[in-house]
Design a protein around this ligand. Sequence first.
Ligand code: BEZ
Ligand code: MG
Length: 576
Amino acid sequence: MNPKENATERDTRVMQFYEQLVEIEQRLIPTGLHVFGRASELSEKADLLRMVASFDRPEHGARALPALVAEALGIEGYEALLEDTSATETREFVDGIVSEAVRQFCEEGAQSSVRWLSSRAGVDREKSLPTFLLLEKTAEQLDSNHEIESLMRALRGEYIEPGPGADIVQNPFVLPTGRNTHAINPYSVPSISAFARAKRTADALLERYVSEHGRYPRAMALVLWGLDNIKTQGEGVAQALHLLGVRPTRDALNRATEIEVIALEELQRPRIDVVMTVSGIFRDLFAPTMALLDKAVRRVATLDEPLDMNYVRRNVAEKIEADGSKFDDAVTRVFSNAPGNYGTNVNFMVMQSEWETSDTLGDLFVTRKCFAYSRDSKGRTVEGREARQLMDDVLSRVEATYQNIDSFEVGITDVDHYFEYLGGISKAVEKRAQARPAIYLSDSLSPQTKIRSLAETIRLETRAKTLNPKWYEGMLKHGFRGVAEIENHVANTFGWSATADAVDTWIYTEIVKTFLLDPIMFNRLRELNPHSVQSLARRLLEAHDRGYWNPAEEIMEKLRDALDDLDIQSKREAST
Ligand code: BEZ
Ligand code: MG
């Protein structure tokens, strides 16, 4: 290798490293818990408003500020800058102007920012005003809180004004809080903009898989949640449809009940077979959408196309050939809990440490989720028929699993539901396909679509939250509850070891160093909540005992010492 190539490679690596740092730095994280009835103490209000201002909001005539600034400066396409690592300086320049404008807005109001942007970057005042007026309204509503008043009114049986469900960045009009959150009309799902966005995400997902495996996956398993699809107007649903190579169409009542096939010439890739496991909440809220997904798979399975361009048709034909299945069975792809049931229980089993081998976790997932929602040969709806063998069979062909992260507020180590679902299904696939699937997540937390592997997502979440002093100090302001939140994050991280073995060993090492081996921090946590610190220490010991973490013996000794200390303290407290 000549020295010049070396330097180029080094520059590329430095650039990639820099990009990763920026990604962590720009990640919006909660820096404390919401206290019911209290207006947000948003020291990071400017950060939140900057994110609100980063998206076009055609429904309010408001443009995304970064795009407006870039346009006014004669820079073509802000979105393209996001993809282009050689344009980092230009992007930073634009972002710097946007941040300054939002900072000025927080201090001096909309008119001042509009004037400043006009003189600084030549942004037309009329164009930026609607965006700042939107920020003004959002900021005002962030400062007020009617939650306790609404609760009291609800308890008296009075009327509570309805409001949409989403997070503030997705839809600033979820504010003010303290309203009666409503769902959406299931027939409106997926919306036109959700489908457009989902197309980009699904393409990026396939691109990532192909770049790592050299070909398309023969089948994928998707997790669909109800609240996510409310918040995104059905982005997850639209991703499934796009992978199949179809789009929804509307009937005479403007309901998304029909399917239009995207021609292979337009699609320019094979149709991917998708297995959909939907949550109990999704099943309850989106019955017509489940029928739409089932209809889409059936339509694709009957298209007269080459098998190497239509994986649904190929897999259905193979199954019929192999075991004489009926078409209606072979084409079943939508699964959920039995009627009236919710959840996978994988999270409970992991939290209680009551499992021998990790296969048990995947088997439990299938036991809970193997109920088919489809049609029989006479076209009658089948609502939750037990179909364990069918589910085992479709999962045995899956090569990649995927879930869409929809929110700025909740990530994959904040709650145990991501690992119970995406981890649970991945573990189920691993046994049935006899190979660990590629596991991906997408990120609607930035204006550009980003696909990450599970391991990458865990690293990012760990750096941005669990190990980030800004995050844990924010939690510790809440005392007892804050320590419990830290312990929850560690337990949820462990959930990804249990279900997918996707946690780097350095993550556990840094956790133990940060929270248990630093004497000052250890004592702070013990004072606030000895019970949660004890659980955290036990969880780390479990990670070691189950073979997910193998640190230096010296670290294990210190961890055991800390645990002994905590056990003594808890016995002493129990006896007093
Ligand atoms: C849902 O929205 O479907 C959901 C929410 C929490 C946990 C699991 C599913
Ligand atoms: Mg817990």
